[in-house]
Design a protein around this ligand. Structure first.
Ligand code: PLP
Length: 314
């Protein structure tokens, strides 16, 4: 019987396989280095050092200080903590949040949850290329606005939002600015100093690290409410024994992403455009969704004239 080739995997915004170097880096923490990083005895030394190395590696990709990185279980948890942490900390100042209509459910559902506790949310629409307008954001600001949360890049069409401009507006108005960067790390530059954000989240499994690990950048001057109460790990914000294996994997993946970003961006863009050209040559009537230039280099969303998405998937 002839062997079928496995299907070609194109869903890298869904998840990525682990990088071989990441697997190599995490192996000791699966096999022998099982110690608790909080232990003051011998077994805690290597895991503790490994967690701090990973913190520096993540900080290197985001261009921030390692003390501004908190490890979490992934993008969803980072989004929950960032939004509820700021909402709770600033409740006395106001109860208004601004977000966009195209955020991941891990942002939209948190806003809806907070609405049950008296918060109000403005959901900014996007234009036909998937872009949020910074002037729409500015017009939505109220005296009681405490948080603006707009994703860096969209997971489906890949449109990259004008985060730098929105951050500038937020700063002028004294409002905390957060961005969900789960889809942008390793694909486009994500230096927090350039983006001007106060908080930013990342998800390990989108960047060749294991699943179930993520991180949250919190600018030193920003003070969210504690996320997880307990024994004081992660600067006292997110208590709980660290996922050392995941953290080491995320650190290594971020180191690789930072090192290879330029090369990878060119390679992904070349493949993305080649796929589009091939589809166009074979099928003709297709149209790329999202913004023609402000778009993730790895992301291609295509509309086929006269055909519904479900029919094509079938
Ligand atoms: C934009 C965005 N934010 C958040 C998440 C959630 O991340 P995680 O799967 O690590 O919880 C995803 C995952 O698809 C995403 O695409």
């Amino acid at each position: 019987m002839s062997q079928m080739a496995p299907p070609i995997y194109l869903d890298y915004n869904g998840t990525t396989p682990m990088d071989a170097h990441v697997i190599e880096a995490v192996r000791p923490f699966l096999e022998t280095e099982f110690g608790n990083p909080s232990s003051s005895h011998w077994y805690g030394i290597v895991p503790k050092k490994a967690v701090e190395t990973a913190r520096r590696q993540v900080a290197g990709l985001l261009d921030c200080s390692p003390g501004e990185i908190i490890f979490t279980s992934g993008g969803t948890e980072s989004n929950n903590h960032a939004i509820t942490g700021i909402a709770c900390a600033f409740r006395a100042k106001g109860n208004h949040i601004i977000t966009s209509r195209i955020e991941h459910p891990a942002v939209l559902e948190v806003c809806r949850f907070l609405e049950g506790f008296g918060f109000e949310t403005t959901y900014i629409p996007v234009d036909e290329q998937g872009l949020v307008s910074e002037s729409d954001v500015e017009k939505s600001i109220r005296p009681e606005t405490v948080l603006i949360t707009i994703m860096h890049a969209n997971n489906e069409v890949g449109t990259i939002q004008p985060i730098e401009k929105i951050s500038r507006i937020a700063k002028e108005q004294g409002i905390v600015m957060y961005t969900d960067a789960a889809q942008s790390i390793g694909k486009i530059p994500t230096q927090v100093s350039k983006l001007g954000v106060d908080l930013l989240s990342i998800a390990g499994h989108k960047v060749y690290a294991p699943k179930g690990i993520g991180a949250l950048y919190i600018r030193q001057s920003t003070t969210p409410e504690k996320f997880c109460h307990g024994a004081g790990q992660e600067m006292g914000l997110r208590a709980g024994t660290e996922n050392v294996f995941g953290i080491v994997g995320l650190g290594k993946a971020c180191e690789i992403a930072a090192r290879d970003l330029k090369k990878n961006m060119e390679h992904m863009k070349m493949l993305r455009d080649r796929l589009y050209d091939g589809l166009f040559c074979e099928l003709g009537q297709i149209k790329a969704n999202g913004h023609p230039e402000k778009r993730l280099p790895n992301t291609l969303s295509v509309a086929f004239k006269g055909l519904e998405a479900n029919r094509i998937l079938e």
